[in-house]
Design a protein around this ligand. Structure first.
Ligand SMILES: Cc1cc2nc3c(=O)[nH]c(=O)nc-3n(C[C@H](O)[C@H](O)[C@H](O)COP(=O)(O)OP(=O)(O)OC[C@H]3O[C@@H](n4cnc5c(N)ncnc54)[C@H](O)[C@@H]3O)c2cc1C
Length: 554
């Protein structure tokens, strides 16, 4: 007879392993659904280091941290975090009028004007001549772009934890984040084993029956979670589940990464910078004490030495803190992330390159879905299939979203960018959507999933890419010109008020540092009383843009 699962074994102690441990433990050991509790063991090899990158996050993380009853001030302080209001894309187009063009994908946006999407009016009328504001869509539908360029945090000094008038995420130190999650998970009952899985024993159903550990011998498993990184130790190696490469769609397969110091007197912008280079793009992620940066590139177009030189040259006189190192990226997804009694999460499950910082968010989504599909000891196939379909769709959808950035540009100055324009594949679904979006602006009825990136995110990228030479004809969202101009003037006035209330970025980080009580989060025993401000605790996934009215109450 089927019995509830009582033991979960996680293999891997990177961000994925510890995030999964903390989330599953919180719900299964301390929640009400499983009164007898589920015991969770995490096995981490002392021989295999964690990847040590993955420092930009998405807003869904706030919900997760809050539902884990983690103190925001402690989290920000312990992980060396800064705020992130979105991603700024530089040099992804040919320079216009001598100036390189940029666009922003913000986390705040989605206003309706008189019940209509104002994007069509922006295309039709543009901005009134006397209004001197950045004309990109992200700046017209929310205040995140303006706050970022004014070096503001998304919060007022008195805002409660995880609250603020703007949508936001964080930049975190990857190693400190994994260690912080570990401290919390272990304090709340997760068993931590430092040992290396050497081999895997399978039973007559083909499921994983036990792991053979280098020191600890045989470790029996019931439900096992593969968080072993790009190697896919259990899912790909032991269970031989195929990996589907995205190399026809996403060319980049290497990164050269380095940490550099802040410049003298430099202010910290609350944004991830993505700057296109000759054979890929460079990320620059601000942390409180340094930048994390790296060149994501394609080894078919540039070798390691040249990529390192180009990266360092692009950083000017920034002082490096460590030697640059190369990371090989496995871009694509495992065909089925869940096979038998093994669920792969994180890099073991898939990776769509870091352009929109989605990897940690995928883990978060997968944990929510796993909790909804939690199997009994029989491992019934229907929930497993549901999980696999959802995860596959999620990876494919984000791959297609990244395709907008890569394939819609007009750069043709290097073989890499020419290949992006002429050779890179787009999925049939993306082609269908692009044809549709030429005639009608993106909306929530588009034939794509929008769990992470809603139609507003798509619109910001399409506008940033100058996809519209002429406004689409269909749709009835056009505002009368006077209403449009009134809206803009009110919006800009409202913005002035809001920017005056927001704490400066560094000021807010300092305040949170003063408020942080070190060890407070690990000491908390989950009460399940936390009500996340942006979404339901471990319910449906939280999309990237926070819409809605902006309260100006101080
Ligand atoms: C260049 C780059 C930039 C990135 N940027 C971002 C970003 O901005 N935002 C984002 O969300 N994500 C980003 N990512 C992805 C992010 O790095 C990962 O999602 C995140 O670090 C989690 O990795 P992981 O825990 O799955 O794997 P890893 O960190 O590789 O951890 C693997 C774990 O498995 C263990 N292990 C391996 N073999 C064994 C064994 N035999 N026995 C026991 N244990 C074993 C290791 O000890 C380790 O603990 C980026 C990735 C790259 C390559």
């Amino acid at each position: 007879m089927a019995k509830p699962i009582r033991n979960i074994t996680i293999v891997g102690g990177g961000t994925t392993g510890w995030l999964a441990a903390a989330v599953l433990n919180h719900r299964l050991q301390w929640g009400f659904a499983h009164p007898e509790g589920v015991s969770i063991t995490l096995i981490e090899s002392p021989e295999v280091p964690i990847i040590g990158v993955g420092e930009a996050t998405l807003p869904g993380l706030l919900t997760t941290l809050q539902s884990l009853e983690i103190s925001e001030a402690e989290f920000v302080t312990r992980t060396n975090a800064t705020f992130k209001l979105g991603v700024k894309f530089d040099d992804w187009h040919s320079p216009k009028g001598g100036k390189p063009s940029s666009y922003f994908h913000p986390f705040t946006g989605g206003v309706q004007v008189a019940g209509r999407n104002p994007a069509l009016s922006l295309l039709r009328y543009g901005l009134p001549e006397d209004l001197d504001i950045d004309p990109q869509l992200g700046n017209i539908i929310g205040h995140g772009v303006a706050a970022a360029s004014s070096f503001k945090s998304p919060k007022r000094p008195t805002d409660a934890p995880y609250q603020g008038p703007l949508g936001y995420a964080y930049h975190v130190d990857a190693t400190l984040f994994a260690a912080f999650l570990q401290e919390i998970a272990v304090a709340r009952g997760v068993s931590h084993v430092t040992d290396t899985v050497r081999s895997v024993e399978r039973n007559e159903r083909g499921h994983i029956a036990a792991l053979q550990l280098a020191e600890g011998g045989r470790h029996e498993v019931e439900l096992v979670i593969d968080c072993s990184g790009f190697r896919g130790l259990l899912i790909n190696q032991a269970l031989e589940e195929p990996f589907i490469s995205f190399s026809d769609y996403l060319l980049n397969d290497r990164a050269v990464v380095v940490q550099v110091k802040h410049g003298e007197g430099e202010r910290l912008a609350p944004v991830t910078n993505s700057t296109a280079l000759g054979s890929g793009w460079r990320f620059r992620i601000p942390l409180q004490s340094r930048y994390g940066t790296g060149y994501i590139h394609s080894s078919a177009f540039i070798d390691r030495a040249a990529a390192t030189d180009e990266l360092m040259a692009s950083l000017g006189d920034a002082e490096k803190m460590v030697e640059p190192r190369e990371i090989r990226m496995r871009v694509g997804r495992t065909r089925r992330s869940w096979v038998g009694n093994c669920v792969a999460l994180g890099l073991a499950s898939g990776f769509v390159e870091p352009l929109e910082s989605t990897a940690i968010q995928f883990v978060d989504h997968a944990c929510r879905r796993l909790l909804q599909c939690l199997p009994s000891s029989d491992f019934e196939p229907a929930p497993i299939e549901k999980f696999n379909t959802q995860m596959a769709d999620l990876y494919d959808d984000v791959r297609d979203f990244l395709g907008l950035h890569f394939t819609l540009g007009d750069r043709d100055d290097t073989p890499y960018w020419r290949a992006m324009r002429n050779e890179v594949k787009r999925s049939d679904k993306l082609e269908e959507c692009l044809a549709l979006w030429k005639d009608a602006l993106p909306d929530s009825y588009d034939p794509r999933r929008s769990d992470i990136f809603t139609f507003w995110s798509v619109a910001c990228v399409l506008f940033g890419k100058n996809y519209y030479d002429t406004p689409p004809l269909s749709g009835s969202d056009l505002l009368p010109q006077s209403v449009w101009e009134n809206y803009l003037r009110n919006f800009v006035n409202m913005r002035k008020g809001l920017l005056g209330l927001l704490a400066g970025h560094e000021e807010m980080l300092r305040l949170m540092g003063e408020q942080a009580v070190i060890g407070e989060s690990a000491a908390r025993r989950p009460s399940h009383n936390a009500v996340p401000v942006r979404g339901v605790a471990l319910g449906p996934p939280v999309p990237v843009m926070m819409p809605g009215p902006i309260s100006l109450a101080s």
